[in-house]
Design a binder for this molecule. Sequence first.
Ligand SMILES: *Cc1c(COP(=O)(O)O)cnc(C)c1O
Length: 404
Amino acid sequence: MATVNQNYLKLKAGYLFPEIGRRVRAYKQAHPEARIIRMGIGDVTQPLVPAVIEGMHRAVDQMSRQETFRGYDDSGIGYEFLRKVIAEHDYKPRGVDIDPDEIIISDGAKSDTANIQELFGPENVVAVADPVYPVYVDTSVMAGRTGPADEKGRYVGLVYMPATEANGFVPEPPECHVDLIYLCFPNNPTGAVATRGQLARWVEYAKAEEAVILFDAAYEAFIADHSIPHSIYEIPGAREVAIEFRSFSKTAGFTGVRCAFTVVPRALKIGDVELRSLWIRRQTTKFNGVSYITQVGAAAVYTPEGQAQIRRTIKIYMDNAARIRQKLGQLGYTVYGGIHAPYIWLKTPTGMGSWEFFDLLLERIQVVGTPGVGFGPMGEGFLRLTAFARPEDVDEALDRFARL
Ligand SMILES: *Cc1c(COP(=O)(O)O)cnc(C)c1O
C-alpha cells in the first residue's frame, strides 16, 4: 500500500491567503458595486522593462534559427554570460569577490530556499524569525524536521526568534544551539533591514555553533542606504557559513517570468564536504535549468539601460512606500518598514487583532492588507501593506484611510 508523507498532514498550510480570498469574496458578493483595493499579496504590478523585453525578443529569434538554436544548457547551473554579469554587478561593487561558478541559476528563490533543505540531514534544528516568510517553516515541516503545530500554529522542534518592536524586528541569535538559520533582509513581512553589526553577530554565532545561515536577499535592490549590507558576504567570514538567495522577481518584475540564483561559496563546507557540489548535484539531477530566453532577459537587467529602467520601476514602488508611511503616520498610525523594503508593517490601532483590523478595513474602506498574525504569532497586532500596488490605487487607498 502506498502511504503518504505524514509530515504534509502536520501543515497548517494554505490558511492565510485562502482565508483572505474567502473574506474578500464574501464581501464582494454582499457588495457587488464595491471597488476593492488590494494591498495584500506581494506581487509586482509594473511591466517588464524595455531592455529585458528586447533581450528576450532577440533570444526568441535566435531560437528560431538552426545555427543559434539552444537546447539543454550543459553546464546545468545556468549560462556563464548571466553568472558573470551577476558577479560583476551585484557583488564586485560591494567589495565581494564571488566566482561565477559559485552562482547557480534557478527558477525562483522560493524553490531554492525550500529545496536547499535536501542538503542537510533530518536531525538539523532550524531557526526562523517570527513573523516569517511562510515558505521556510512549511518546507521544514514537509522535510520532517518538526513535530505537530501547537494551538498558536508554532511547530514543535523549530526554534522561533521573535522579531518585535523592541528589537526593531531584527532578532538576536538564539541562546540555544541551532544548525540552520533562515534570515531574510530586507525583510518580508516587516520591512526591517539588518545592519553590518547585526549580521556580523549572526556570522559569529554560525561560526561558533557550526551552523549554516540561509540568507534570503530577495529584496536587496530596495535598500536605500549604501551603508546597509546588500549581501551576507559583505560580512568577513560569511562565505564559510552562509548560502545566499536572490531573485529577479522583485528586482526586475520577473514574478511571472521566473529567474533567480543561489550563491554557494566553495569555502562553505561541512567536514570536508563542499555544499556547493551537493547543491549542483541536486539541481542537475532534479532541475533542467531556466530557459535561455529568460536568462538572456535576466542578463539584460545588468546593461546600463536595464539598470536605469529597473531603478525607475523600483522608485515607483518606493515612492508608494514613502507616501504610505507619511500619510498613515500623519493619521496617527505606527508604521514600520517601507524605507529599504516594499512592505509597510502597520501596527493596528488600539490593540486590535490583525484579523479584526483586516475586517474593519475591508468593511469600511475596502482596502485589503495581509493580517500580520498570518506570518506567525508575533505578527499579531500588525497588518502588512505592500507598496507594489499601482500608484493611483495607493493614493486612493490613502484617501480612504483618511476618511476612516
Ligand atoms: C517574493 C519573495 C521571494 C522571491 O521568490 P521567487 O520564487 O524568486 O519569485 C523570495 N523570498 C521572499 C521572502 C519573498 O518575499
